[in-house]
Design a protein around this ligand. Structure first.
Ligand SMILES: [Zn+2]
Ligand SMILES: [Zn+2]
Length: 338
């Protein structure tokens, strides 16, 4: 595919889309129904449909029976960890293999022309972004994902929280599934904004930001505190009356869905003229500029409301520069007054 039909490439070789990032259409006033209807299929397909499919597979084939889950034991906890790790190895690994190892589409649609594997850096374990990110994901973050999973399944199994049945409240549960990605965005925005507070940033979140040019393995490369808080989004289903399948879906939107922001390509070419939209740009800009786009792609446009939205355009750059300048002035004024 010709990526220059969709964007521009600068002198360094970095590509960027020509359009602007748009927040979800139901936030525009007056609401335009055709726009909402045109947006809806992309909301469901393919990413959220995939997360629902994996949640169902887990529920019917992986998760132990309710009797077993009444007592927490190493047996089923380790089994869930093994499946989570294997699933992420395969799912993230496909993107890594095809687009970063085989480089099937070279740098077409790639935001940063460099591949992390080509640039060793001292900030990473063994000076390798790939190895560092991989080890942190599998030995820190995925175990913590599993801890969250075990806790909520144990709560449901013991009846500590309401277990809403699909037969009794199908419409309610379907609605909850539809808004789960919005819950994810709000949860992620606030924990993410919190760990950007300077002391917490240095302690916790700087680990994730070592990858300025993220690739699939960067997705879950986190400090343990972040790894836990990030997946703890599933605990909202212990507060809201819910069902374990919906909680699993919520967990998978976080765990499997983390890859979206870190794919590094705008489109993943599948055939000569079809491509998968990665939905990576907003979070790519976050890795590039740090203090923009704390949330997702504007499903719940918290960044817009808090003034931290970068839509990828020149105007977005100007807004960001003005904000950074103001912040510097504030810091300097404070330093001068002491
Ligand atoms: Zn990230
Ligand atoms: Zn961040």
């Amino acid at each position: 595919m010709d990526d220059l039909k969709y964007g521009v490439r600068d002198k360094r070789g970095d590509w960027k889309p020509s359009g602007r990032l748009e927040i979800a259409p139901f936030w525009s006033w007056p609401p335009k129904l055709p726009k909402v209807l045109a947006w809806l299929p992309g909301y469901i397909w393919p990413w959220n449909a995939f997360h629902m499919a994996t949640a169902l597979l887990y529920w019917f084939y992986i998760v132990p029976d309710v009797e077993t889950m009444k007592t927490i034991s190493w047996g089923w906890a380790l089994w869930l960890y093994a499946v989570n790790a294997a699933a992420i190895f395969v799912f993230y690994g496909i993107f890594e293999l095809r687009y970063y190892v085989q480089r099937a589409q070279a740098t077409r649609f790639k935001y940063n022309h460099k591949f992390p594997g080509d640039t060793p850096s001292d900030v990473f374990w063994f000076q390798s972004q790939n190895l560092d990110n991989f080890l942190r994901s599998f030995f820190i973050t995925i175990p913590l994902w599993t801890v969250v999973e075990v806790i909520f399944l144990w709560c449901f199994a013991n009846g500590y929280v309401p277990w809403v049945g699909w037969q009794d409240h199908p419409v309610y549960l379907a609605a909850l599934v539809l808004i789960a990605p919005a819950i994810h965005e709000v949860h992620f925005f606030f924990i993410h904004r919190l760990i950007h507070w300077a002391p917490l940033y240095r302690w916790i979140h700087s680990v994730h930001h070592n990858s300025i040019n993220p690739s699939p393995w960067s997705s879950l490369s986190m400090h343990p505190v972040e790894g836990f808080l990030y997946h703890a989004v599933a605990f909202w289903h212990l507060v809201i009356p819910s069902n374990p399948i919906v909680a699993l879906f919520q967990l998978h939107v976080a765990g499997f869905g983390a890859v979206n922001g870190h794919l590094g390509f705008e489109k993943l070419e599948l055939t000569e003229d079809t491509a998968l939209s990665s939905e990576a740009y907003a979070h790519y800009l976050h890795h590039k500029y740090f203090e923009v786009n704390y949330g997702g792609e504007g499903l719940i446009p918290l960044d817009k409301w808090f003034g931290t939205w970068h839509d990828g355009t020149k105007e977005g750059d100007a807004l960001m520069d003005a904000r950074f300048r103001k912040k510097r002035e504030r810091v300097n004024a404070r330093a001068a007054s002491h």
